[in-house]
Design a protein around this ligand. Structure first.
Ligand code: DGJ
Length: 347
């Protein structure tokens, strides 16, 4: 008895320490945390917290950078670069019914460990985007590929295909679309099912677009220069017949100011909007991020989420995600910082 009493102050101290740690963690990530069997914290999110560490349903940090999204049978799928500290480790895919809570599904495309292919271990796979081809019934992934040991010299687009949204994806080929260098890229499927690759070309000085072949597996000869302003990180959406294209400057992993171009046709002419589409403090550095995608929210009209990466070049895996709603004023889109928000902003 006496012995137990002696340890009581120590016990109380320990208990209050645990409480403090738990309280700090809860505050940092959200409400509704639950520890799972592996001792990790699974969080039930009800809001977006731009720039905060985002955990998947297993309590692991979401590892899906330069991402792209597709909606299939009631679920969103998030494809993105799986990163080590610096290594490129393939393409991860996560799923979610509500956009807040994500389940890791698979490594949709793994680098080739045999070493004999364009996607041999050590290659760089960046900015993966997946679209569905109605005619072939296949999911088609495009990404920016750099060959092993060649830094950013190869400047190729690469294509992989699968019968299932979560893969595994089979690598098809890599190439320079119409012999043009191709680095940062995105895909866009128009209302008529035609798909396009927007890509940074000629050492990133040119922003180009090419229409994909009917099966989406290659670039068609229809290919055009949109503008030569040394831009990268293209992200596009369409509203009321107008196409909106956000790009970044070319400063490696360091953030810079985004610009917005608009056009009534994919092929142009594209006009630069003078005003920065991002508003408020931090807007001139894209809030520390770089554009990657506009996600169209299902069953809501004109509801788009601007998605950007806040890169951490010292540890790419720990790069953060900035999700912010696109708002409209007098028909012009703009994006404002929010510490926390939810889909009700679209109502
Ligand atoms: C900026 C690009 O947008 C990223 O995807 C990546 O390629 C980095 N440059 C590499 O420095």
């Amino acid at each position: 008895m006496n012995g137990n009493k002696r340890y009581l102050p120590l016990l109380l101290l320990g208990f209050s320490g645990v409480l403090t740690i738990f309280a700090c963690r809860s505050r940092a990530i959200s409400k509704g945390n639950q520890s799972n069997n592996s001792g990790k914290t699974a969080t039930a999110y009800r809001a977006f917290h731009p720039g905060s560490t985002w955990y998947d349903k297993a309590g692991d940090t979401i590892n899906a950078h330069g991402g792209g999204f597709i909606f299939v049978n009631g679920k969103y799928y998030w494809f993105g670069e799986k990163r080590g500290r610096h290594a490129s480790e393939g393409v991860n895919v996560y799923s979610s019914p509500d956009l807040y809570n994500w389940r890791w599904e698979a490594l949709a495309l793994a680098p080739d460990s045999t070493g004999a292919s364009d996607i041999a271990n050590g290659c760089l796979m960046e900015r993966p985007k997946v679209i569905f081809n109605q005619q072939t019934g296949k999911y088609v992934m495009w990404f920016h590929l750099e060959l092993k040991g060649q830094s950013y010299k190869a400047a190729r687009a690469a294509v992989a295909v699968s019968n299932h949204v979560t893969g595994p994806y089979r690598f098809v080929s890599s190439f320079r679309p119409n012999n043009n260098m191709s680095r940062d890229m995105t895909l866009f499927v128009d209302d008529d099912g035609s798909a396009y690759q927007f890509y940074a070309s000629r050492e990133n000085y040119d922003l180009r677009v090419t229409k994909l072949s009917a099966d989406y597996l290659s670039a068609s000869p229809e290919d055009r220069l949109l503008f030569s302003q040394h831009r990268e990180a293209p992200a596009i959406f369409k509203q009321n017949g107008t196409y909106y294209l956000v790009t970044s400057g070319c400063t490696g992993w360091t953030p810079n100011k985004a610009t917005l171009h608009t056009s009534r046709s994919i092929w142009g002419p594209w006009q630069q909007v003078e005003a920065n589409p991002l508003k408020g403090p931090g807007a001139d550095s894209t809030f520390g991020g770089q554009s990657t995608f506009f996600l169209s929210v299902q069953n809501k009209k004109d509801a788009f989420i601007f998605i950007a990466d806040r890169w951490n070049p010292r540890n790419l895996r720990d790069s953060r995600y900035l999700w912010l709603p696109v708002q409209f004023q007098n028909g012009e889109p703009f994006i404002e910082w929010k510490d926390e928000w939810n889909l009700q902003v679209f109502e």
